[in-house]
Write a protein that binds this ligand. Structure first.
Ligand code: URA
Length: 274
């Protein structure tokens, strides 16, 4: 039916007596009963009826609270993200700031915040694209099939989860596992930059096009950019960055694993000498 992401614990029949579909005039922060009351007029307008809506026979069932959708402009949301991220003195404060942040619309449809897994401080920080279904259920990045492949590659290179810090370009699952939009990655970017500062890795490994576009601010395709060392500067921190292929792409295109493995070896060599 096209529905793929739950937004509340119970279904809401927007077309039942006295209710209307979400639209102008809705305050999605209110309780379900309030939603019903405030939209009765909206229903009538939208279907062009002149008679009043039929009298409701039974009170509306209680509906679990609906999460708020981001209403601020993207610029305002990015500004709020910058101030919240800057104020975070450590990773737990940054997690708290993300939990309190309402400026990213992905949060409305996601179940969990996926912040990071692995070590708080690590020489290698890995940034993927976005949480998928398993990550959203679990609340940690890269725990599904792509994550299992990533773990096998890390282990083959001699690292365990305790040696790395793993996160994503956005912190909430995009509905249907779609690629996050540039607006969504831009809104999350101040948090990600602060996270990089707090982790202070010696090397940053970007997995896939979305993370690469976001961090390196490039429009070049991942197949062109991968394997070429670059660097980013955040305040006084200068970090060497390597882009590589996303494990989900490697699952679909096993022949590309060779290129990804060369990138892992390049990262390992860089960590040995930096
Ligand atoms: N793909 C990603 O980019 N990140 C995850 O956390 C899982 C799958």
């Amino acid at each position: 039916m096209g529905a793929d992401a739950p937004v509340a614990d119970e279904a809401t029949d927007w077309l039942a007596d006295g209710r209307g579909p979400p639209g102008r005039g809705f305050d999605l922060g209110d309780s379900g009963a309030d939603l019903g009351r405030s939209t009765a007029a909206g229903v009538e307008r939208s279907v062009g009826r002149s008679s009043p809506p039929p009298e409701r026979k039974a009170p509306l069932p209680a509906v679990s609270p609906v999460r708020k959708f981001a209403t601020a402009s993207p610029d305002a949301a990015a500004g709020a993200a910058r101030s919240a991220a800057r104020a975070a003195a450590d990773l737990e404060a940054l997690r708290g700031a993300l939990e309190a942040f309402e400026g990213c619309s992905l949060k409305a449809t996601a179940k969990s915040l996926c912040f990071y897994r692995g070590a708080a401080q690590a020489p290698l920080m890995i940034i993927g694209e976005a949480p998928g279904r398993e990550e959203d259920m679990d609340g940690r990045p890269f725990v599904g099939r792509a994550g299992q492949l990533l773990d096998r590659m890390l282990s083959a290179a001699g690292w365990s989860e305790a040696d790395v810090h793993i996160t994503n370009a956005v912190y909430w699952r995009p509905p249907g596992n779609r690629t996050p939009t540039p607006q969504e990655t831009d809104i999350c970017r101040p948090f990600l930059e602060r996270q990089i500062e707090l982790v202070a890795p010696r090397v940053l490994l970007l997995l896939g096009g979305a993370a690469t576009k976001q961090i390196l601010r490039t429009d070049e395709g991942i197949l062109k950019v991968r394997g070429k060392w670059q660097s980013i500067e955040l305040g006084t921190l200068k970090v060497p960055v390597l882009a590589s292929l996303h494990p989900a792409y490697l699952l679909r295109t096993p022949i590309a694993k060779r290129q990804a493995w060369l990138d892992f070896l390049s990262v390992r060599a860089a960590l040995k000498v930096t």
